[in-house]
Each structure stands twice: as C-alpha cells, then as structure tokens.
Design a protein around this ligand. Structure first.
Ligand code: TEU
Length: 533
C-alpha cells in the first residue's frame, strides 16, 4: 500500500501544491514501483487548519487538487493498471467550516444543531473555564469557547485543533452521515477506507477527567467499547459490495489485546502497526515487536501490517541515523545529530526485513527514494498546527511532508512544471538533487531500485505472501527467519559482520557483502539450497 500525500506528490498546474493531475501523470511510476494500492490522505475541500484532516465537505475534492470527476478518472485509471484506491475518512471531527458546525455556531445553546457536537457550558461561576481538563493532542486545552455575537457562550470540544470540532457519536445523524459517505466513495470505485483517529470517536458522556490509571475501555475518549458497534455497521456496508471493500484503522493503542478487538472478523480488516514503527533499531526489540504483532493478529485471523513511515512521523532514514532510534509522537526530538549515511543503510536493511514479513506493507511516498526528515525548515515557513500550538516545542510534521523530488538538479526538482509560478508549499533541501526519481532510476545501488526489486520479488514469490514465518537460530543482534518456499531473511543489526549460511543463494541484498559475510546494518534475502541448512 502506497500512501499518497497529494499536496506533496506532484504539481501539474504549477501552483506549488500537488494535485490529482500530478498523480495521474505519475501512475506509470507507481505501477513500475510495484504497489497494489494507493491510500490518499484527505483530498477533500479543507481550510487547511490541519492540512486536509479538517474536512469541510466529505463528498468533493479540494479545488487546489482538482475535481470529483478527476478523482473518479484517477480511480479508474489506477484500477486499469492493477492499482486500487483507498480514501481517507475522518469521522472523529469535521472542519469548523463544515456546514454542520457553521449552523451549530449560528444556533443557540441547547439547539438540535449543537447536539451533533460537544457543546457544554463552561465551569466556574461565569463559565469562563473549560468544562473539563482534557488537553488537545495538538497542545493546549481541548475546548474553545464560542462567541455569540460578542457574548462569551458555550465551549465546544476539539481533541485536535480548535478548527476541528469533535462530532458527537451518540447522535444518529452522525452515524447516518458517515455511512452515506462510505457508500459515496465505494460507489465511485474506492476499494476501501483508511479511518483516521479510529479509536477516538466515542467519548464518556459524563466527560470524566483523565486519570493516571484506568481500566480497559475506561479512558474518557480513547478505545471506548462503543466504537465497535460503529465499525460493525461499517463492515456490513463494506461487505455488501460484490467486491467487498476494505476498512483500515488508524488505531494507536499500546495494548495489543485491545487493538485486536478492532480486527475481529466483523469489524476492521487491518490496522496500522505503530508499535513496529516506533521500535528502535535493535534486534531483540524488533523481534519482540514482530512476535507481539503476529500473536495479536493470529486469534482474529487478520493480516498484520508493517509501517515504517507516514505523514505524522519522522522519516525513518533520519530516525535510524540518530543515537536514539526509537520514535514516539509524544517525544518528537529534532535536536539529535543524524548520521544520514548510517540511517540510509539501516533503512535499506529495514525495508528488506519488513517486506519479508507476512502481512501488508505500507510505503509512505518518498521513502522509496530514501528521503530524510527535513529538520531545518525555517520557522516562517512552518505550517503544522502542532508546531504553532506548542510554540515550537514540538517540531511537528512538516519535515516528513516536503514535496517529492522527481528530476533535475535544482528545486523544485520537477515537483512543479518548469514554468511554475510559485515555489513548492514547503521548501526542498538542495541535497535532494541526489535523491530524485530521475537520478535513482536505473542505478542498481539506489533506494528506488531496491524497493522496485523487493516489491517485484515479493509479488512473484508465494513464500513471501500470507503464511507462517519461523525464526532461525542467530547470533546476538541478528534477526533470521524463514518463510515459505525456502526463502530466508537475515538482518544484521549488530556492530560487525556475521557469517551467512553456506548453502544459500542471495536473492536480494540491501548492501554489498564483505567477503561473503553480512556487514553491520545490512539485510539479505536468501534461498536455502535444497538439503542445505
Ligand atoms: O492522526 C491521529 C493522531 O494524531 C494520533 O497520532 C493521535 O495522537 C492518537 O490517535 C491519540 O490516541 C491523524 C492524522 O494522521 C493526522 O495527520 C491528523 O492531524 C489527525 O489524525 C487529526 O485528524
């Protein structure tokens, strides 16, 4: 699955912003890369308070990206190349410019229009304090007070930015609207949806405060049991199509058993594996993460997913080039030195490790080029509300959203056409001249050719598909496992070279071997010789 962040993929009309025409032009690139499906981050009309995750109209396309007609053509053209389309659905909140919220603001306290959201009177005698102490995931209080023609009024809930009011999922309109939106996209050929913030929709009706400890399902706004009824309804809709549609959840939960509940046979098909994404570059930690992942999926018979990067996290070339290679959304740290050469070597090994595992793999646009996190975007050009709302304490996500380099030796590197009027919406590092699609194509040592080769082999080898994996004995710091058809993956995360099994042929390597040994931070796919060990 290839994640397209349209705004940064390719700009066909020269306004510095990627668009659907840019994606359509590059569908052959995506076919040649070898992906099965595209997941589009939100492409709907949006005032961009959260770069598309604040949706004003769920049934249309942002004019900066194109038209609904173009989206339908894109879905059909991709399908003709064997590539399916997954659209991003944001059910937790809408934009403050969505008609529902506008009419709620225009209506008095207690009106039916306000019941689709979480409007509450403030605490304290005059209501000048928020109804409770919940904090926004983007920083600051999760409540904003309305202003009724100059008179301070009720407060409304927003777990993200104030421009993203949370919907009230106890309201039947909210259910009906989202079910209709699902059908709208499924009817237009979307093969499925990625469900944003999927564990946050249901809130404690009493708005209880967060506490340091709480029992399973008792957090006031995360992973509440009522969510599962919503996804069962959605699954019934998805299954109602002759070619059933797929539901992919963005579910960040530390407890694997709780996560597995979303993947029961009548709920979501898959959920992103954020444990693996945040795992440090450490053999035993990765092994534990892989084992935990497979164990949690086994009882519910759902496919595992493997994700190294997305539009919310630091690109993994940079993560793996730091001293601390772990990642957490709560502790994004751009003040650490980054060894890009080492990070790139590890990223190459990581993709062979990942693509050898059973389940589905998500590739975030640009990782196939080896792009790194751009950590030095000037403050005046920063866009992410996380950066703004934390006063820069959290560097935010702009660095993973920089427009892709396609060709040429200078920015915008073919992202925009040569006669473009405007610079790309985020500045590209000049060093990306070495990471363009043009430069990497045909270079056997490039990240792009490694991805192409790995995806080609993964598609051709039944042994790399569904099915078991078994760990092989290995020295400390080395991960070695076998898949079907005698295929093996060996990844060396130790400090020095290790021996490879003698009776095995190398199918693909993330870097050169040294006298037949596997160097540090290198991975290989091997085929065991018949009768070999
Ligand atoms: O991200 C959700 C998000 O920010 C989670 O990381 C959140 O911390 C978690 O659900 C808390 O349990 C999605 C999008 O990927 C992101 O780009 C958006 O900004 C966000 O939702 C709001 O729509």
């Amino acid at each position: 699955m290839y994640q397209v962040y349209v705004r940064s993929f390719a700009d066909a009309n020269g306004d510095g912003v990627g668009d659907l025409a840019g994606v359509r032009d590059r569908l052959p690139y995506l076919r040649d890369l070898g992906v099965d499906a595209l997941w589009f981050s939100p492409w709907y009309p949006s005032p961009l308070a959260d770069w598309g995750y604040d949706i004003a109209d769920y049934r249309s396309i942002d004019p900066a990206f194109g038209t609904l007609d173009e989206a339908e053509q894109l879905i059909a053209e991709a399908r003709a190349l064997g590539i399916r389309t997954i659209v991003d659905i944001v059910p937790n909140h809408v934009s403050d410019q969505h008609p529902w919220f506008r009419s709620a603001l225009a209506s008095p306290a207690g009106s039916p229009e306000r019941e689709r959201f979480w409007f509450r009177p403030g605490a304290a005698p005059d209501g000048e304090l928020p109804p409770n102490g919940w904090q926004s995931i983007f920083g600051g209080p999760a409540w904003t007070r309305t202003d009724d023609a100059g008179v301070p009024g009720e407060w409304y809930l927003h777990l993200f930015a104030p421009e993203q009011p949370d919907l009230n999922w106890t309201h039947p309109d909210v259910w009906a609207e989202h079910e209709d939106v699902l059908r709208f996209w499924f009817d237009r050929g979307a093969a499925g949806v990625r469900i944003d913030s999927a564990a946050l929709l249901v809130k404690d009706p009493h708005l209880a405060e967060e506490t340091p400890q709480y029992g399973a399902g008792e957090h006031p706004f995360t992973d509440r049991d009522g969510l599962h009824d919503i996804y069962r309804r959605w699954r019934a809709i998805a299954d109602g199509y002759p070619e059933p549609r797929v539901l992919v959840g963005e579910v960040w939960l530390p407890d694997p058993d709780r996560l597995a509940r979303y993947l029961r046979p009548d709920e979501l098909h898959t959920a992103f594996n954020f444990d693996f994404l945040g795992c440090p570059w450490d053999a035993s930690a990765l092994r534990t993460s892989i084992d935990t992942t497979l164990a949690l999926h086994e009882p519910v018979k759902a496919p595992a997913t493997w994700v190294l990067s997305n539009h919310d996290v630091d690109r993994h070339v940079s993560r793996y080039g730091r001293d601390d290679t772990s990642f957490s959304l709560q502790a994004r740290n751009h003040s650490q030195p980054v060894d890009l050469e080492r990070g790139t070597r590890r990223a190459r090994a990581a993709v062979l490790l990942t693509m050898a595992l059973p389940g589905s793999v998500y590739v975030y646009q640009g990782e196939e080029l080896g792009l790194w996190e751009v950590e030095d975007i000037p403050a005046a050009l920063r866009q992410d509300p996380i950066w703004h709302r934390t006063g820069g304490a959290d560097p935010g996500r702009d660095g993973s959203r920089v427009p892709l380099p396609w060709s040429g030796l200078e920015p915008p590197f073919g992202f925009s056409p040569p006669a473009a009027r405007t610079e790309p919406w985020l500045p590209q590092p000049k060093e990306w001249r070495d990471l363009t699609v043009e430069i990497e194509t045909g270079d056997p040592d490039s990240m792009l050719e490694l991805y192409r080769a790995a995806l080609r082999i993964r598609r051709a080898e039944p042994g790399l598909g569904d099915g078991p994996m078994s760990w092989l004995p290995a020295t400390s710091g080395v991960l070695a496992f076998e898949r079907g058809g005698g295929l093996r993956c060996v990844a060396n995360l130790s400090d020095g070279p290790v021996d490879l099994p003698a009776a095995a042929a190398v199918v693909l390597a993330s870097g050169p071997l040294a006298d037949g040994r596997l160097p540090a931070d290198t991975a290989v796919w091997l085929r065991a010789a018949p009768g070999g060990s």
